[in-house]
Design a protein around this ligand. Sequence first.
Ligand SMILES: [Zn+2]
Length: 341
Amino acid sequence: MNMPLRRGESRVHAGGIERVSHCPLCGSADTAQWVEGRDRQLRVDNEIFVYDRCGHCGVLFESLRPTPVAIGPYYTEGYGPYVDHGNATSRSFTKWLNKVALAVSEKIVCSDGFREEIARFYERLTQKPRFLDFGCGAGKFLDRARKFGCDTIGMDFSSVALDEVARRGHRALAVTDADWRAIPDGTVGMVRMNHVIEHLYDPQVTLKLIFDKMAPGGVLHIATPNSDSLAADEYRQHWFGLDCPRHIIIYNPGALKSLLVETGFCDVRVIQEPLIKDRARSWVYKEVDAGRRAPVDVTALADDGLLNLRFAFAARKAARRNRSDRIHGFATKPLSWTTQR
Ligand SMILES: [Zn+2]
């Protein structure tokens, strides 16, 4: 992990910041500043970045951002979550209360339908496809796919992650031209992109590469924050989904769908995930800024039952209005697709 910096110090070297005047997704110049942000999650430094909203496709994009070369230090390795466990003297009671609160929150937000959709999608693992997890992290999901008998490939930008993926016995590939060539075209039956597309500077290029590697009839699943969420509007610079400066483009259902269709996919669907924890974490960021809480690693607050319970009804309302914090895209490579095109 990087050493903390003094206030105002920056990890970005001179020339490592760039301005983006047009929407990087649709190219429109009809953009307006949406918010200024800084790295709240990993607190690498206090550098200020800017997000604009595109007036044409509606995505949020980082208009003052680290260049692709300079973004590296904002991905710290081995970040150790800090959790405030609260009252340690009543640990077992707290644990019980937490469990009950999480269960009740889950009932309120009602994500059964969503979970069934995800389960249905991943039933295809039983057909033992070649499985690519793009942005695989340490490779936990690859382990799951291998249990079904899939040929598993993990791709990631982090060499530390890839070392772990290789140690777990999966094929580990870097995001380089040479490693892309190592996957034969038209052979991958299933692709997962879990919280990765929003980190990409060149989503069209990456999706095209993935599309080419996929077999006709192959399927893709993307999970990503929703820039049209109620929480994004409400919390702005405190919104957890912003994850400044690592999130480069933050999609909405329409823009994600268009991107997938333009890549060549068919049967494109985008659904909402009823989700409490990101709204709760956004609230905590705001509390920290107001001086009512000490800075904490909010990722660890996902399992805080009472915090989840507090925001369960707001999350349910967001889901019912199709304005949840997270969306999921599903797409299929057309069966009729041939490489001769
Ligand atoms: Zn746009």
